[in-house]
Design a protein around this ligand. Structure first.
Ligand code: GDD
Length: 314
């Protein structure tokens, strides 16, 4: 919107009709259409509609950010994840391939690839040349899309890029991703402690944050920077794939410690594996428990990106 683009978006029909919480403040400035990545005809008709209502358009940038993006849920819904995150990309690429030559030349495609494709990493840090070793249905589907983009770029000359993005976070992150789960909890504890102090109610029980693997490491950045990187990829003369990363890695345990430090609580860890707990070092209240429900059948233990190509070229 800041760039004065005319923006179209695809919305999945959902029984909760007004599920626009995260875009409510800008919804009126967007052209939203019902569609679905599993429904190829909806994608074709939306793209055709955009072109026919803007016959003199200069560039059509298509960002495929749609996905079943939760890694753990992909183990529970593997087929759906594959259809949306894998075949959905194929449907979009086919819709572009079938455009007239003139319109195709004016169309640029961005694919949200992911550092999850490195999986059980074969090299550290990970860059564009690192071999992939996916560890979830989500990562397998994303890898399929990643190679499709390369095929369509090389085979049909489409302007199609993949951004291999490491974890990117913001206040808009969904509540069941680890950063938001932790920061929401820390906020709740802060509010509760304020209430307890105001009301002198020392018997009030504190809630407990249940987490999975505390030792996996992630290379986290801010989503807004990553979106800028996506846009830059589509402004280049030639299409290519790029890794975007902060080039620093921290464990979930460190994230927890840093988040609690913001409200002046030092976490003390006790026990091991699924019996591990985190206590407030002063009051000895248990604030965190490991719950094996959040362990994944296969885990990605260490992600650390090397984004020197993007830093040099973009
Ligand atoms: N979600 C979640 N919930 N993760 C937990 C928890 C928990 O209670 N406890 C520990 N973790 C660990 C996970 O096992 C994982 O190692 C790490 O925290 C991060 O998990 P998520 O925040 O769910 O993100 P992700 O790294 O699996 O995937 C995100 O980043 C990818 C890019 O690398 C998603 O945004 C993907 O869509 C994206 O591709």
């Amino acid at each position: 919107l800041e760039k004065k683009y005319k923006i179209y978006g695809i919305v999945r029909r959902n029984s909760c009709v007004f599920n626009y919480e995260r875009i409510d403040h800008i919804k009126d400035k967007l052209n939203l259409k019902y569609g679905d990545l599993t429904d190829g005809s909806s994608l074709v008709s939306i793209i055709n509609k955009i072109i026919s209502t803007n016959p003199d358009f200069e560039v059509l940038e298509i960002y495929n950010l749609g996905a079943q993006s939760h890694v753990q849920i992909s183990f529970e819904n593997p087929e759906y994840t594959s259809l949306v995150d894998g075949v959905g990309t194929l449907k979009l690429l086919e819709a572009i391939r079938c455009l007239s030559v003139e319109n195709q030349k004016k169309t640029r495609f961005y694919q949200a690839s992911t550092s999850e494709m490195y999986g059980a990493v074969l090299e550290t840090p990970q860059n564009e040349k690192t071999p992939f070793n996916p560890q979830s249905p989500y990562a397998c589907a994303k890898l399929y899309s990643h190679f499709l983009v390369k095929n369509y770029r090389e085979g049909y000359n489409l302007f199609a890029c993949s951004g291999v993005l490491f974890n990117h976070e913001s206040e808009r992150r969904g509540d069941n991703f680890v950063t938001k789960k932790i920061t929401n909890f820390v906020n709740a504890i802060k509010r509760l402690k304020n209430d307890i102090n105001e009301n002198n109610d020392e018997n009030q029980e504190l809630p407990i944050l249940k987490l999975g693997n505390l030792n996996s490491k992630r290379d986290w950045g801010h989503a807004k920077d990553y979106v800028y990187g996506m846009w830059l990829m589509l402004q280049q003369e030639n299409p290519d794939d790029y890794v975007l990363a902060m080039e620093e890695t921290y464990s979930i345990r460190e994230f927890v410690e840093k988040a609690f430090a913001k409200i002046n609580i030092t976490i003390e860890w006790q026990g091991e594996n699924e019996n591990e707990v985190g206590l407030d070092s002063k009051t000895k209240d248990i604030l965190i428990k490991v719950d094996k429900k959040y362990f994944r059948p296969c885990e990605v233990e260490l992600l650390l990106g090397d984004s020197s190509k993007a830093r040099n070229k973009l």
